[in-house]
Design a protein around this ligand. Structure first.
Ligand code: UTP
Length: 226
């Protein structure tokens, strides 16, 4: 299977130490024995800090995004470093480069591509571009909830959901006001049109990535009925 994985920076760089990178590298290596693996890494707090400084300096939003992209690529390099010879040594800057690098048979790790979207969007576009069989979205909570599970103990996790229902949730005023963030609009639209099997799962435990191949965990995004 060809599997695309997006890992939020809020998970992998959260503690600013090597351990999470190493844990991820071990799991990815083992998955790569049977599958073709491509990973998109987010920017996390480091990206937000850099973007904040750039914004205070008067940078445009697009320039802020570009600085965020640089940070995602730095995080990608750290994961490549952790994977040693099992990863392709360069970070692709676009989708055709990612496809090209994947012909090496190595794990491909990238960050962002261009301004105005998130690495979750990059992951869904990459999955569509390379014709992935599965898209795994590693977040800091167990799946997709109707509200922030860190704030509301009665938050409900959806075992499965359609892209249309996710869009509706996104446009809900209350969701926008809160800080609970999940896949952005672009990501949801791409998942909707490509109908790629997608699982949102808890990336605090990297083994969940392996589990999601054969077991039912997290939230499964099922295609809209048309
Ligand atoms: P992300 O928002 O994707 O990082 O990228 P993240 O770490 O996954 O976020 P968490 O972990 O969910 O909190 C960081 C920033 O980089 C820019 C955006 O400004 C984004 O907020 N970026 C990233 C782009 O502009 N384009 C990209 O393709 C990727």
């Amino acid at each position: 299977m060809r599997i695309v994985i997006t890992v939020g920076g809020s998970i992998i760089i959260k503690d600013h130490d090597y351990k999470k990178f190493q844990d991820y590298a071990n799991v990815l290596r083992s998955m790569a024995e049977e599958h073709q693996i491509m990973v998109v890494v987010g920017g996390g707090r480091t990206a937000r800090d850099y973007i904040g400084i750039a914004r205070d300096l008067g940078a445009s939003e697009a320039l802020c995004d570009d600085i965020g992209i640089e940070v995602t690529r730095l995080n990608a390099r750290l994961l490549i470093t952790a994977l040693e010879g099992d990863a392709y040594p360069r970070v692709p800057h676009n989708f055709s480069e990612a496809l090209e690098f994947s012909t090496s048979g190595k794990i491909v790790v990238m960050g962002g591509t261009e301004p105005a979207h998130s690495t979750d969007a990059v992951g869904s576009i990459l999955a569509e571009f390379v014709g992935a069989d599965l898209l795994l979205n590693a977040t800091s909570v167990d799946g997709l909830f109707d509200k922030d599970p860190n704030k509301y103990p009665d938050a409900h996790m959806f075992p499965q959901i359609t892209p249309s229902a996710m869009m509706k949730l996104l446009s809900d005023k209350e969701m926008k006001a809160g800080t609970y963030e999940f896949l952005d609009k672009t990501a949801i639209q791409i998942i909707g049109r490509s109908r790629i099997k997608t699982v949102i799962l808890n990336g605090e435990y990297p083994e969940n990535l392996k589990k999601a191949i054969n077991e039912k965990i997290g939230t499964l995004i099922v295609p809209n009925s048309e």
